[in-house]
Write a protein that binds this ligand. Structure first.
Ligand code: NI
Ligand code: MN
Length: 227
């Protein structure tokens, strides 16, 4: 079993059945829907979908304290290496085999700024992650993105999909339902909503709209889901 923990917004921890701890888009201290301190989180790998502050805010302190390797686009990985951190650069469409499984960066349509002090020269193409764990589960975190026809390429390749539904900065609930139709995951977990008023959404309405296309798991901040 893999254990997924949600920390609100787009922040998730995924613990594999062999105990490897992945943290995706660490946003703890300034995250209004997270009451966990980054100092209390452990990580072996930190995965960053893109450079916006609400996805990378706590990446450096987390990687510094834990010694975790950062997995991110070439540009973000280069910046992290310039900060003295271990990083594994990847880019859209490319995958890498790690001790816990295979991680492929997927396309996302979104903004490219790397929003950390000293990173002004680093911009990147945002992405998502398709993670094929050694134990067989296939997990997809879409990152911040619009609905993409490219998501049809993921059809049949995802067991658990994390999709943004907040609208305004990412796809909203209606487009996320289409993404579910494209990808056909067994389970879909909505994220990137109700963090602030501009991205308020009703996850129960999203669940109803998905209907029998997939099992919708509405995760609260601090909640866990095993698969
Ligand atoms: Ni963003
Ligand atoms: Mn975001």
């Amino acid at each position: 079993m893999a254990k997924l923990t949600h920390y609100g917004h787009a922040t998730f921890a995924l613990e594999t059945d062999d105990g490897t701890r992945l943290v995706i888009d660490p946003f703890f201290g300034d995250n209004p829907v997270c009451d966990v301190s980054v100092d209390d989180v452990e990580a072996d790998f930190v995965l960053l979908t893109h450079g916006h502050y609400d996805h990378v805010a706590d990446a450096i302190p987390l990687a510094k304290r834990t010694g975790a390797t950062i997995i991110a686009s070439f540009e973000i990985a280069s910046f992290m290496e310039s900060q003295g951190l271990a990083a594994s650069p990847q880019h859209i469409g490319g995958g890498v085999t790690y001790p816990f499984g295979y991680v492929k960066m997927t396309a996302a349509l979104h903004g490219g700024k790397v929003d950390l002090p000293g990173a002004e020269a680093f911009t990147t193409v945002p992405g998502g992650f398709l993670i094929n764990l050694n134990s067989g589960q296939r997990f997809y975190h879409a990152g911040d993105t619009a609905l993409l026809t490219d998501m049809q390429l993921l059809k049949g390749k995802v067991d658990v999909a994390v999709l943004p539904i907040g609208d305004r900065f990412t796809m909203g609930p209606d487009d996320a339902v289409t993404a579910v139709e494209f990808i056909e995951p067994s389970v879909v977990i909505p994220c990137h909503y109700n963090t602030w008023p501009p991205i308020e959404q009703d996850p129960e309405a999203f669940k109803a709209a998905v209907g029998d296309r997939a099992q919708v798991e509405i995760m609260t901040s601090g909640g866990t889901f095993e698969f």
